[in-house]
Design a protein around this ligand. Structure first.
Ligand code: GDP
Ligand code: MG
Length: 163
């Protein structure tokens, strides 16, 4: 079976933008039983002849802070069950937030390989923002701009190491 890579992170960090950049063909929008909003979007993806499945987590992200956190937790836990490797995406424009810290804790407990990617580093002036995220204790952050297509190869290189 193909390896599965899930993109996890708080709302608005750019998960869907990264997903769309990596996605070949969208294969399914999965919505499970009513009451359990487990919508995830799957696609095939390929990098340097290695193919894998990619999952975008998130979906509708409105509600109180508690509701959003609960939902991130649910999505992160589902993604951890399914994924071989997790891309933990954070926002290098906004900087480190307490929600990032909470997501990091969930991911840390999963013992799955996590690649930390700092998004929205669109220009060289912003590159230093990535150093904030060492505090998460998840290793070297990879600087990317999903919007501008910067650092995507570096990110995938780290990801495929864990296949
Ligand atoms: P999600 O909620 O994590 O899925 O985030 P989205 O992919 O929907 O993106 C949230 C917002 O961030 C949108 O307005 C995107 O256009 C913007 N965004 C995503 N990637 C980048 C990036 O690399 N640079 C900048 N400046 N904005 C980005
Ligand atoms: Mg999204």
């Amino acid at each position: 079976p193909k390896p599965v890579v899930a993109i996890v992170g708080r709302p608005n960090v750019g998960k869907s933008t990264l997903f769309n950049r990596l996605a070949g063909e969208r294969i399914a929008i999965v919505e499970d039983k009513p009451g359990i909003t487990r919508d995830r979007i799957y696609s095939n993806s390929e990098w340097l002849n290695r193919s894998f499945h990619i999952i975008d987590t998130g979906g509708i992200e409105v509600g109180s802070d508690d509701e959003i956190l609960l939902r991130i937790r649910e999505q992160a836990e589902l993604a951890m069950q399914e994924a071989n490797v997790i891309i933990f995406l954070v926002d290098g424009e906004a900087g480190l937030t307490s929600t990032d810290q909470e997501v990091a804790e969930i991911l840390f407990k999963s013992r799955k390989p996590v690649v930390l990617a700092v998004n929205k580093l669109d220009n060289p002036e912003r590159l230093n923002n990535r150093f904030d995220f060492y505090e998460l204790g998840l290793g070297d952050p990879v600087a990317i701009s999903a919007g501008h297509g910067i650092g995507i190869g570096d990110l995938l290189e780290e990801v495929v190491k864990h296949f």
